[in-house]
Design a protein around this ligand. Structure first.
Ligand SMILES: [Mg+2]
Length: 328
């Protein structure tokens, strides 16, 4: 499992130092075996997702190491939140370029410890390697759902409403704020980009009423489009109905072209909101349950039997040229 390949001698010390991240979980075998051993859990399905993040591509090259660790874990866990799963563990791959000193590694580890505790996930194994660069980290996250109860992308039905839980646009605005491209006096938007919140609080609401769900990493139009595609449907979204944070609303209000600006929010990505398919009759109760958890919720459109992703603004269709949407 945490075997050393081509690494400098201190890789053994690195693995040793990761042991507290197992949080005493016996399944990790103290990171001393070739593998982790997970007893099966009758009546439950194991839900697994892997993400890789690369410095300079998925996070800013100058980002602090604890934030890199936490953001990586949170964006990976968001996929489990979209399945209405309860997370319990993760496997970690780190690929180190030369020149990361002990303080940097300690910061990275501190971030993992902090969010490992916050989300109740234990390090169960992984691997660590050295390479020319850039720094790359991958997490494979694991969670349980009661058998047959994981929410899939493929369950949407024609006529289902598209309900978005969480704010749309804060991801792309936060990235721009973190780069200093837009005003963010209190760092609120940049923080939302750096530390997105996986919406595990919506687990029961999803299990009760969502036919399908996906987390919004690529952009609302793309990710709702993934649900439509997996379900053999198309969709239409009204860009006037996006759930926006106070900061997102303020930004949008200051833009000269509100159609283009709304489209930018709906295609920007990194929101880690959830796009859900909900039957019209279930929508009021679903939205009430989401809002009761302090999470924004809005009906933004409909899944239907027409093909493609369609968007309107101020009642008029607008052209969607969506990078990542491959089924135009
Ligand atoms: Mg996802």
């Amino acid at each position: 499992m945490l075997a050393v390949k081509q690494g400098p001698p201190d890789e053994f010390a690195w693995i040793e130092s990761l042991r507290p991240l197992t949080r005493g979980d016996a399944r990790a075998l103290d990171l001393r075996d070739d593998a982790a051993i997970l007893p099966s859990r009758p009546g439950f399905d194991l839900v697994i997702s892997t993400d890789a993040t690369v410095e300079g591509v998925h996070f800013l090259a100058a980002e602090k190491p604890d934030i890199i660790a936490r953001r990586m874990l949170r964006t990976s866990l968001s996929d489990l939140a979209a399945k209405a799963a309860e997370p319990f563990g993760y496997f970690l791959l780190t690929a180190w370029p030369p020149g990361r000193d002990q303080a940097w590694r300690d910061g990275f580890k501190r971030g993992l410890a902090l969010d490992g505790e916050a989300f109740g996930v234990a390090l169960l194994g992984g691997d660590t390697v050295s390479m020319p660069g850039p720094f790359t980290v991958s997490a494979t996250v694991l969670g349980w759902t009661p058998q047959g109860r994981a929410v899939r992308r493929s369950g949407a039905r024609a006529g289902d409403l598209i309900v978005v839980c969480g704010a749309i646009g804060d991801g792309v605005l936060g990235l721009r704020a973190a780069r200093g491209e837009i005003a963010d006096p209190h760092g609120v938007l940049a923080n939302r980009y750096r530390l997105p919140e996986p919406l595990f609080s919506l687990r029961q609401a999803l299990r009760d009423r969502a036919h399908a769900a996906a987390d919004v990493s690529d952009g609302l139009l793309a990710d709702a489009g993934h649900i439509a595609d997996a379900s053999g449907l198309g969709l239409s979204i009204d860009l006037d109905r996006l759930p926006l944070s106070t900061e997102g609303r303020a930004w949008l209000g200051a833009q000269p072209d509100s159609a283009a600006a709304s489209l930018a929010l709906a295609t920007g990505g990194d929101d880690y909101a959830l796009a859900c398919a909900v039957a019209p009759a279930d929508a009021p109760a679903f939205i009430a349950a989401v809002r009761a958890r302090g999470v924004l919720a809005a009906i933004v459109g409909t899944f239907d039997a027409q093909s493609g992703v369609r968007a309107t603004h101020a009642g008029a269709p607008i052209a969607v040229e969506q990078p990542g949407w491959r089924h135009s």
